[in-house]
Design a protein around this ligand. Structure first.
Ligand code: PLP
Length: 429
């Protein structure tokens, strides 16, 4: 064994003694990738291998790893101001980032509340809506509506908004009730009518339900949802933690659908995928529901690292790159390339559906006879392992193989991703 594989094996062995990984079944998954570096679309492993990050490290890495502009912005900001609490203090990176986000976001959003990750951005949105109703004298409005198959994160409010299947059954007794509908106008209308003045708001992942298996739905539903929420006087929360920053081919999926939400949740790609930072954008009327001379009517939510200056600086550098490099168009080109190479597989007996929107490409496979379908499918781990043997990191969502590569992915790298996905389909039947 040469020195590099030995070092890699030693790291994995030490990991196995002390770590507990997210969304990992330690009884089955014993070999985390020992990553020592990353550049562009590639991860470098301790044993000398390189792996193409075709899922942008959980959909976050936007431009590619180690982009020099973001790295420089992080270093410069760390020297100037590393961190300061954000209650009763402010700083240029937070203010400028808020200004820039509001200028790019759909209309009517005028306030930015920072937090740390997608789940907390959702948590903040739900809490803002709930407290605003309370302070407006309608405390009975406690019923949120969400979509079947939704995923909004892992904190308690986000879990409540998400579908209990396949992850959250054990937590059900602790979660507030949410009315769940298919993304169909009639179903939403019926839910709003049933709830009446108990309705608090609607939360959606616009256009794509990522964790549900890159399920797409029609923009018409979002336009109907906007209209219905307005008619019933309840806010529409758009969770763009995944779809934000170009993934669907527009900067925000809401813009692609031509709607303006009342709250917009952002995370993942906000810093280009380099540092944890999230934001919840809200309208002025919502902000005003908290304005008062009584101190405790404020919004009682804040994390230690709210608006961390280094993360804000990374986000500003990432936004500049989004504009200069036209990231949404780049991602759409990447998605089109991969989808075009996979198109012949549409007729393959193992393929149920090929889905493509912007930079997102998914192949849903038919479960094999006797096999458990959905996220729990044992094949997901095998598919992942076989993709890695071909030098590509994929993390299938059960029977759904998908690619969400960063914007730097070249034509040759797209071809490698498509060839790998195709080879996995061929070996599926
Ligand atoms: N919302 C959506 C739509 C997501 O896809 C995710 C994560 O995948 C989240 C929220 C949670 O984000 P985080 O993992 O950063 O907490």
């Amino acid at each position: 064994m040469s020195a590099a594989p030995e070092r890699a094996a030693e790291l994995v062995a030490r990991d196995a003694r002390v770590l507990w990984h997210p969304y990992t079944q330690h009884g089955l998954e014993r070999d985390p990738l020992p990553v020592v570096g990353a550049a562009g679309a590639w991860l470098e492993l301790a044993d000398g291998r390189r792996v193409l990050d075709a899922i942008s490290s959980w959909w976050a890495c936007l431009h590619g790893h180690g982009h020099p502009r973001i790295v420089a912005a992080i270093a410069e900001q760390a020297r100037a101001l590393d961190h300061v609490l954000f209650a009763g203090a402010t700083h240029e990176p937070a203010v400028r980032l808020a200004e820039e986000l509001l200028a790019l976001a759909p209309p009517d959003l005028s306030r930015v509340f920072y937090s740390d990750d997608g789940s907390t951005a959702v948590e903040v949105a739900l809490k803002m809506v709930a407290q605003a109703w309370h302070q407006r004298g309608e405390p009975q409005r406690t019923a949120f509506i969400a979509l079947k198959g939704a995923y909004h994160g892992d904190t308690f409010g986000a879990m409540a908004a998400g579908d209990p299947e396949p992850f959250f059954r054990a937590f059900e007794p602790f979660l507030f009730a949410v009315l769940r509908v298919e993304p169909e106008a009639e179903a939403l209308q019926a839910a709003l009518e049933v709830l009446g003045t108990r309705a608090a708001g609607l939360i959606v992942e616009p256009l794509v339900q990522g964790a549900a298996g890159m399920r797409l739905y029609a923009p018409e539903f979002l336009r109907s949802a906007r209209e219905l929420c307005t008619r019933h006087g309840v806010p529409l929360i758009a969770d763009e933690v995944f779809t934000g920053f170009g993934r669907t081919g527009a900067l925000f999926a809401c813009q692609r659908a031509g709607i303006a939400p009342d709250l917009l949740c952002l995370g993942k790609g906000l810093t280009g995928g380099t540092l944890p930072l999230a934001a919840t954008l809200a309208t002025e009327p919502l902000f005003e529901a908290f304005l008062h001379t009584e101190r405790t009517r404020f919004f009682p939510h804040g994390h230690t690292f709210t608006a961390n200056p280094i993360a804000c600086a990374a986000a500003l550098a990432s936004l500049a790159l989004c504009r200069e490099d036209d990231v949404p168009t780049r991602l759409a080109r990447i998605g089109t390339r991969i989808a075009a190479e996979l198109a012949p597989l549409k007729e393959h007996p193992s393929v149920r559906e090929l889905r493509h929107l912007g930079g997102i490409v998914a192949l849903e496979l038919r479960p094999r006879a006797g096999e458990r379908p959905g996220y729990g499918s044992a094949r997901a781990l095998e598919l992942r392992r076989r993709a890695l043997e071909r030098g590509v990191l994929l993390r299938p969502l059960g029977d759904v193989l998908y690619a969400v590569p960063p914007a730097c992915t070249s034509a040759e790298e797209c071809a490698l991703v498509a060839r790998t996905m195709a080879a996995l389909v061929e070996g599926w039947g």
